[in-house]
Write a protein that binds this ligand. Structure first.
Ligand code: PEP
Length: 266
């Protein structure tokens, strides 16, 4: 049984003052949740603040990216070792906003996965098709290339990725920030496809890997998605900026079967 995981992606939001309040509220709201891993990924400058505020809570924290470089003359880059210094459990890798605004390829994303796992950090590897690709019926082709890129990594890195619990986030690009989440059956189909692709390389890894869904997840649609057998949690953007909506999604993930019974799945 895979433990559910819900991670908030704060993107380019926050300030010292606002974070102080939101982190307190999240810590308070989520303190009684059991049987689930919850975390927040903040902009780099606030990782120290997250470490200070969340260190004695069950809430994990992480970065929204990690450099493909180890160290050296790479102005503005932040290495895996640096984010590990701030107690990060996660680093998001290959988010579609990075892919589109900073031209991050699958190849660069998997180097970032390597850097993260070498530093003991769990990568949350984002995959997903654009609206145009979806319209052309290319979802599986795109996802396949994104997932198979992982298996171009060397055996030691792959075994470290397993050890740190690499997470895959299926985030259809057309669902991110649009208010139009994927239909549960469509998301389940892709999650199942991702697990089957991983199983072709490593059946044990496929069984254990957490494949979370991201894209306009809200307390209104969370149950119908989270109850799907291959959806192991969520990557949450907008709804993670409010402690109550974030808590509601985490709660549904933690108690899917009690809270989401009878919810329509199509
Ligand atoms: C995201 O950016 O990863 C995301 C899922 O955003 P939103 O929930 O706002 O669609």
């Amino acid at each position: 049984m895979r433990k559910k995981l819900v991670v908030g992606n704060w993107k380019l939001h926050g300030s010292l003052v606002e974070n102080e309040k939101l982190l307190d509220e999240i810590a308070t709201q989520l303190k009684d949740l059991r049987n689930i891993d919850c975390g927040v990924c903040l902009p780099y400058p606030y990782l120290f603040q997250a470490q200070r505020k969340l260190a004695n809570t069950s809430i994990l924290w992480g970065a929204q990216n990690v450099s493909q470089f180890l160290a050296g003359a790479y102005t503005s880059s932040v290495s895996a070792k640096m984010i590990a210094d701030f107690g990060c459990s996660f680093a998001i890798v290959g988010h579609s906003e990075r892919r589109s605004y900073s031209h991050e390829s699958n190849q660069k994303a998997v180097i970032r996965i390597k850097r993260a796992v070498d530093a003991g950090i769990t990568p949350i590897y984002c995959v997903g098709e654009t609206l145009a690709e979806y319209g052309l019926g290319q979802t599986k082709k795109i996802i396949e290339a994104q997932i198979l890129a992982i298996f171009g990594l060397d055996a030691i890195t792959l075994s470290r990725a397993k050890a740190v619990g690499l997470v895959v986030a299926y985030e259809p690009v057309w669902a991110i920030g649009t208010g139009h989440a994927a239909q549960p059956a469509q998301a389940q189909m892709v999650h199942h496809f991702i697990r089957a692709l991983i199983a072709q390389h490593d059946a044990d890894f496929a069984e254990k890997v957490r494949i979370i869904y991201g894209g306009s997840l809200t307390p209104v649609n969370a149950c119908s998605l989270l109850i799907m057998p291959d959806i192991d949690g969520g990557l949450v953007g907008h709804s993670a900026l409010n402690a109550l909506t974030f808590k509601a999604i985490c709660e549904m993930a933690a108690h899917t079967h009690e809270l989401c019974e009878g919810i329509s799945c199509d």
